[in-house]
Design a protein around this ligand. Structure first.
Ligand code: ADP
Ligand code: MG
Length: 322
């Protein structure tokens, strides 16, 4: 795309930092990266559009973080170790403060997750801001955590907590009555997701199937069930609700936990005889994990309450995914 002098300056100022040794970063026609011998390349890309995936007035630092985080969660859910990323930006105008904050948020996560920014593209947008991030990672052949891998008898696990991002989104959209304390407690889950990349990588070769929760636990788990031709029983009281949800309306909590999106934590399945090992790996990665159910042969998703009785979720759109 046409790149005026302004844009070259912009790239040099905000999106050029030294590449790790053995890698070639920003400045040439291609980036070069080094895979460990014998590994496969895992790659994924996500597009974020202003007004659709983020609010126009969102903190640009949080946006930079989230643009990378939602991609790193795809690597984590495959059991892949982050290697590098590319960033394409389409901007209606050049706002120095916005770009500085965005790139600071982006680089802070890139550095923590060892996922250096090696290149991208920058264009002028005729509409709003459009952000595209591509991540690359590495995983040993045969060890990637595919959606097709779940087996009858597997435990179902989730990382982190559920529900807070959905509550924050409802508050910001005015779908819940304004409540500043609640927004304060839930907002980080929506705007600063922390995908468990170190733990995801550790699950390679141990878990059977995994994905990152972007559209809601029930729907996303449904993708694993469909791909693996099996069903699941969830133990509702075992779901790791975000603490801010305690004491809220039970139906709302149920919908936020089961159908709330933007979680960017992992749902994975593994043989029960791996549970001690999984807990050890989670402790080492300082990642919360919860066992929330089992994979069963009978198709569909069933959810049991404290008394073992089936729960019929009251929210629209819950169709058992059978
Ligand atoms: P091309 O003409 O091949 O599109 P550009 O002039 O657009 O190259 O980009 C010059 C260099 O800057 C390339 O190395 C490219 O990868 C990098 N680059 C462009 N935009 C970004 C960005 N938003 N973030 C990181 N690197 C970028
Ligand atoms: Mg270009």
């Amino acid at each position: 795309m046409s790149t005026g002098p302004n844009e070259f300056d912009l790239i040099a100022r905000y999106f050029t930092r030294p590449a790790p040794s053995g890698f070639l970063g920003v400045g040439d026609d291609c980036a070069l990266l080094k895979l460990a011998p014998g590994y496969n390349l895992a790659t994924s890309t996500d597009l974020l559009i202003e007004g659709r995936h983020f609010f126009s007035d969102v903190d640009p630092k949080a946006l930079g973080h989230k643009a990378l985080a939602v991609n790193i969660s795809d690597l984590a859910s495959m059991g892949a170790q982050p290697l590098a990323c590319l960033l394409s930006l389409s901007l209606p105008d050049v706002k120095a403060d916005w770009l500085k904050a965005f790139s600071d948020g982006f680089y802070a996560l890139a550095e923590r997750a060892h996922c250096p920014l090696l290149g991208g593209d920058t264009t002028r947008s005729t509409g709003g801001v459009i952000i595209n991030v591509t991540v690359m990672g590495q995983v040993k052949p045969g060890q990637a955590l595919l959606r097709t891998g779940a087996k009858v008898g597997d435990d179902i696990w989730v990382t982190g907590t559920l529900g807070a991002a959905d509550i924050a989104l409802r508050l910001l959209q005015g779908r819940l009555p304004a409540n500043n304390d609640l927004l304060k407690a839930c907002r980080a889950a929506l705007e600063w997701p922390e995908p468990p990349w170190a733990f995801g990588k550790a699950l390679a070769g141990i878990a059977h199937a995994a994905l990152d929760i972007s559209d809601g636990l029930a729907q996303d788990l449904g993708h694993i069930l469909k791909a693996s031709a099996c069903g699941a029983e969830l133990d509702y009281p075992a779901l790791p609700l975000h603490p801010a949800l305690h004491g809220m309306d039970a139906d709302l909590v149920q919908e936020a936990a089961l159908a709330g999106g933007d979680v960017y934590q992992l749902c994975f399945t593994a043989s029960p005889d791996r549970s001690i090992r999984i807990q050890e790996l989670a402790d080492r990665a300082q990642c919360r994990v919860s066992r929330i159910g089992q994979i069963v042969a009978e198709p569909g998703l069933r959810i049991r309450g404290a008394d073992g009785v089936l729960i019929e979720p009251s929210f629209i759109g819950f169709d058992h995914f059978s």
